[in-house]
Design a protein around this ligand. Structure first.
Ligand SMILES: Nc1ncnc2c1ncn2[C@@H]1O[C@H](COP(=O)(O)OP(=O)(O)OP(=O)(O)O)[C@@H](O)[C@H]1O
Ligand code: SF4
Ligand SMILES: [Mg+2]
Length: 330
């Protein structure tokens, strides 16, 4: 059984300014599954809905974000959870941190700027399982942070005293303190330089290999997915347009948007100028009809403006939503 099943999820930001209501269709018909023991990457350009999608999956839905329809259901080892029906109390006591940890975009958000790092660990562990013996707990904590390449005196520092890479390691150390079934990391390496980034990614990979849990890794940086993910989903304007094992995404992409992303990646020694995609990313308050990529797609046909393409399974764990690909396979 899959760890998570997401079916036809729609989540919109609904706002009202001077009596005019507006809805931003940030996630609009997304379906996918997360398996146990895999690293699943979600890629796509800025504002395509990546963070919104994981907010819903992590149960971090706050107005103006609203789930309009769909299913988000987990099968953990001991129980099942429907994230769209779960009570805040159940979410707090049984799911958050213990089964699902969410490393938010910008690691500072989980760290209280006026509290030493050790206090944040105490707050989270204290709330969820209590701390009987503080000395033994601190000893365990020192061992835990050491595993993440952090010196144990990091525990006595304040967040602003840490480098970006250290803060990100602390955020991931916090996320793994209860060995959750799923770790969700939103752009965990975006603000880091390349060398530090490599260290943090290696650490994420090691943790996953050691605990055999699932990691949902969200980043617009395809090079990161190439290094870490087992499978990758490509999002465009609130929808998944292609999903495949990482190897296929990079070596046999099918969707015109994925092809564009892959062909724009720099190649050592190649000095040719890469063609850019015309047009701009769509406004999700008023997205294009049919296939949302049609105003920018070099292969667009008349049907693309009218009809939303179905998601087709085209190979081993390879899915794609495109009329032209569907026709070529018919
Ligand atoms: N609080 C909000 N109110 C209204 N619209 C919002 C809100 N938060 C996000 N949006 C809109 O929802 C859409 C999706 O945003 P989201 O943050 O999910 O994108 P993203 O793919 O994570 O982008 P990035 O790569 O920049 O992090 C965007 O159009 C964004 O402007
Ligand atoms: S459905 Fe049409 S517009 Fe959309 S990606 Fe395929 S060819 Fe391009
Ligand atoms: Mg984001």
């Amino acid at each position: 059984m899959s760890l998570l099943q997401v079916e036809d999820l729609r989540a919109y930001y609904r706002t009202e300014v001077y009596g005019i209501s507006r809805s931003v269709r940030a996630v609009d018909g997304v379906s996918f599954q997360l398996e146990h023991n895999e690293i699943y990457g979600v890629a796509g350009e800025s504002s395509c809905g990546k963070t919104t999608l994981i907010k819903v999956i992590a149960g971090a839905i706050k107005p103006p974000l609203r789930v309009e329809s769909g299913r988000v259901c987990y099968s953990f080892d001991d129980f099942e959870a429907d994230m769209l029906k779960i009570t805040p109390q159940e979410l707090r006591t049984n799911v958050r941190w213990k089964e699902i940890s969410y490393v938010m975009q910008g690691s500072m958000s989980v760290l209280n700027p006026v509290r030493r790092i050790v206090r944040t660990f105490e707050d989270i562990v204290g709330t969820h399982q209590g701390i009987r013996d503080k000395r033994a707990f601190h000893e365990q904590l020192r061992e835990h942070v050491n595993k993440f390449g952090l010196p144990h005196d990091v525990l006595n520092l304040y967040p602003h005293q840490l480098s970006g890479g250290m803060r990100q390691r602390v955020a991931i150390a916090l996320a793994t303190v209860f060995h959750p079934s799923l770790i969700i990391a939103d752009e965990p390496t975006t603000a880091l330089d390349v060398v530090v980034q490599r260290g943090v990614l290696q650490m994420l990979r090691d943790i996953q290999a050691e605990s055999n849990n699932t990691v949902l890794l969200v980043t617009h940086d395809l090079a990161v997915h190439a290094n870490v993910a087992d499978r990758v989903a490509i999002m465009y304007a609130g929808r998944i347009v292609e999903e495949a094992p990482t190897e296929n995404i990079f070596h046999a992409p099918l969707h015109p948007y994925t092809k564009h992303l892959i062909h724009s990646l720099p190649v050592i020694g190649d000095k040719s100028v890469k063609a850019s995609l015309g047009g701009a990313p769509p406004n999700l308050a008023n997205p294009p009809s049919g296939c949302r990529f049609h105003p920018r797609c070099p292969l667009a046909k008349e049907i693309c403006q009218r009809v939303v393409p179905d998601m087709l399974t085209v190979g081993d764990r390879h899915r794609v939503a495109c009329h032209v690909v569907a026709e070529s396979l018919a």
